[in-house]
Design a protein. Structure first.
Length: 668
């Protein structure tokens, strides 16, 4: 055990974020922390990193954080470089300051040996040299070069100031610094945001082989499936541990919920059955003792709590475009995009209702294309032309992250001043801004909340062409699935950029991929693109994409179809089809009623005999001559206990028969 939180809780003022958190990091585990936006995932990372403290509580429980030794913790969070004017190389080499200092000290110690050959000086130098070697002192420069190349930076870019890099490139720079520091526990908060697919796949490979522990918060389902072996879900303020990757977590969570619900329903049914017997017989002199025993049985039960339902609250927007476009929505011909120099040349045609996904590396022109299409920047050459009646709804990540001291209500109302307050609140409520949430200031909203607000405004205008730049950044998984469903059912035309491979695969029916100054259009979407990647991987002998997660669909398909067959068999049996052997079975309600009445009469007669015997045993237990004989009293009590058990079993059988008769009579 490397790190442990026991019964931890974190509050801010009166707002309890986490409670009764039990969390462990064992050895080199790769751990995912998942949950809804605002559930406390980032708070948990900050707790591990020492940025927030555990609540102090008066309790008998052990509340503590335990560590094995003093593990170094590295945390990748929102990027804020102290001096954006310094170069990439200068920023990254800050990591090596302690190592370079030790290198100089080692060189000084080696120089000193030329004048002092004492045993003490030699031993001191030897210890320094061994420690320097173990900490990677002789190859940190080499690793520095490798990581810069792996993250896609050129020799020229090493000399560029940090301010010249995009948000995704700055994320890469922060990554390089963190990885070169080699912490014992690596904390990553949404590491795939702003990273292109090539870098995400490289990062997956790196983290899988990282020799120390990793804790990652991410909403990228494919990324989690590829790297983690443990999932902690935070729901309703507490954490539950699931071994396995994300897909396995979802399967186990569903299975656990279904089992708990089945156990709860079974116990509730048993309690109701026993209570019916108590209510029916508690006033009958001959059945009072039995009714009392049933009451005791209910009281003695260890009650099963109803499991919490999945937290599936999400936004919704069922909207149709205000107008229909013509069939030809967009024509792009030899369009050179860029700022001071061309980034890429693009050509494609888009018809009404098509959904075009855009993939590619950072800095190749994906967002630049969208900005060009909405006239935020001018094309360098070539042309594009929209068809008739096109009304565009444009979403840009930076536009959604604006700052304002307005409340959500006022911000939205200012854009739609003709709406009533009720209409405004209904629109905001559909995107999870309800109650006092509408009085939050824009500056106090989380990234996910700002994205929801921006989408709420865009969709209110009911455009027929949506142009979206990374709409799923900052969204939790339920939110992504909701947006997937919404965009799939959108009757207008869609152009979107995303690095979320699951999202692209679900939504896009065509794919435009940016690669090194060129673009390639895949007419059949992500599947065609994936086939190309698989062919290239197979040809190179690197078929790493064939993961167990990819087999999940086949297993699910077989399971679904097996279940359907079983259900059909049960359905046929329940409808009284041909019995085994080909003979038809006929149902006679009169005969069935007579049979049940005879069985009930026989059961009542047997019960009467046993209850009479029970009363005799109880009377015998009170006989004066036995009061001094412990063995005789024990023997009689054992007979009484056995008889009561028999009577209870017989009463349950009688109750079952009586229930069948009541149902039969009611159905006739």
């Amino acid at each position: 055990m490397l790190y442990q939180i026991c019964h931890g809780a974190v509050s801010f003022a009166d707002d309890v974020i986490l409670h009764d958190i039990n969390f462990e990091i064992r050895n080199t585990e790769k751990i995912a922390v998942v949950g809804r936006n605002g559930c406390g995932k980032t708070t948990l990372l900050k707790l591990i990193n020492g940025e927030v403290d555990l609540d102090k509580r008066d309790s008998d429980e052990d509340i503590f954080i335990a560590k094995a030794g003093n593990p170094q913790i590295g945390y990748l969070k929102q990027i804020a470089f102290e001096d954006p004017s310094i170069t990439l190389e200068q920023e990254i080499r800050k990591v090596f300051a302690p190592m370079e200092k030790r290198k100089k000290e080692l060189e000084a110690a080696a120089t000193a040996l030329e004048h002092d050959y004492s045993e003490e000086a030699v031993a001191r130098y030897t210890a320094m040299e061994e420690s320097f070697k173990e900490d990677g002192g002789y190859y940190f420069e080499k690793e520095y070069d490798v990581l810069i190349r792996k993250f896609g930076f050129s020799e020229e870019e090493r000399k560029k100031p940090l301010s010249d890099f995009s948000g995704g490139q700055q994320t890469k720079i922060a990554f390089i610094k963190l990885l070169l520091s080699k912490p014992d526990i690596l904390l990553l908060d949404e590491p795939t945001n702003h990273l292109d697919i090539t870098t995400i796949e490289w990062l997956e490979s790196y983290l899988k082989s990282y020799p120390k522990a990793v804790v990652v918060v991410s909403h990228d389902r494919m990324f989690l499936d590829h790297i983690v072996d443990v999932v902690y879900e935070i729901e309703y303020g507490t954490a539950t541990r699931y071994p396995g990757n994300y897909t396995n977590f979802m399967e186990r969570k569903k299975a656990n919920y279904e089992k708990l619900m089945k156990d709860y329903n079974a116990q509730q049914k048993e309690i109701a059955r026993l209570q019916r017997m108590v209510d029916r017989f508690k006033n009958k002199p001959t059945k009072v003792s039995m009714a009392h025993s049933k009451e005791k049985a209910i009281e003695r039960m260890v009650k099963i709590e109803a499991p919490d339902r999945f937290d599936t609250r999400t936004f919704h927007a069922n909207f149709e475009p205000r107008k229909e476009t013509g069939n030809d929505v967009l024509s792009v011909s030899h369009l050179e995009i860029g700022y001071d120099h061309p980034l890429s040349t693009v050509s494609f045609e888009l018809k009404k209702g098509e959904k075009l996904g855009i993939l590619g590396g950072n800095g190749l022109g994906k967002s630049t294309l969208l900005k060009t299409l909405v006239n935020l920047i001018s094309p360098l050459s070539g042309e594009f032309r929209f068809g008739t009646n096109v009304q565009i709804g444009y979403f840009d990540q930076q536009m959604a992250m604006y700052s304002s001291d307005k409340t959500v209500l006022d911000d939205y109302w200012d854009e739609f001043p003709n709406l009533t307050e009720t209409e405004v609140r209904n629109a905001l409520g559909a995107f999870l801004f309800s109650g006092d949430d509408v009085f939050k200031q824009i500056d106090m909203l989380s990234g996910g909340e700002k994205v929801r607000l921006a989408l709420c405004k865009i969709l209110k205008r009911r455009p027929n062409v949506l142009i979206l730049d990374e709409p799923t950044n900052h969204m939790d998984i339920v939110g992504k699935e909701t947006l997937e469903s919404m965009l799939k059912s959108f009757t207008g035309t869609l152009i979107f950029v995303s690095h979320d491979r699951y999202f692209v695969k679900k939504v896009a029916d065509r794919l435009l991929v940016f690669e090194d100054g060129t673009t390639h259009l895949y007419q059949f979407g992500y599947e065609e693109y994936q086939e190309k990647l698989d062919r290239e991987a197979a040809e190179s002998g690197d078929d790493y994409r064939k993961t167990p997660a990819a087999l999940g669909g086949l297993i699910s398909f077989a399971s679904d179809h097996g279940g359907t067959a079983d259900a059909q068999a049960v359905s046929l049996a329940g409808k009284g089809a041909n019995a085994p052997g080909g003979k038809k079975s006929y149902y006679n309600p009169g005969k069935e009623r007579s049979r049940l009445e005879k069985k009930i009469k026989k059961a009542e007669d047997e019960l009467a005999v046993k209850e009479e015997k029970l009363e005799e045993l109880k009377a015998e237990l009170l006989r004066p001559e036995y009061q001094s004989s412990y063995s005789k009293l024990t023997e009689i009590q054992a007979e009484i206990d056995a008889m009561e058990e028999e009577i209870m079993a017989d009463m349950e059988a009688w109750e079952e028969l009586s229930q069948q008769l009541e149902e039969l009579v009611a159905g006739v």
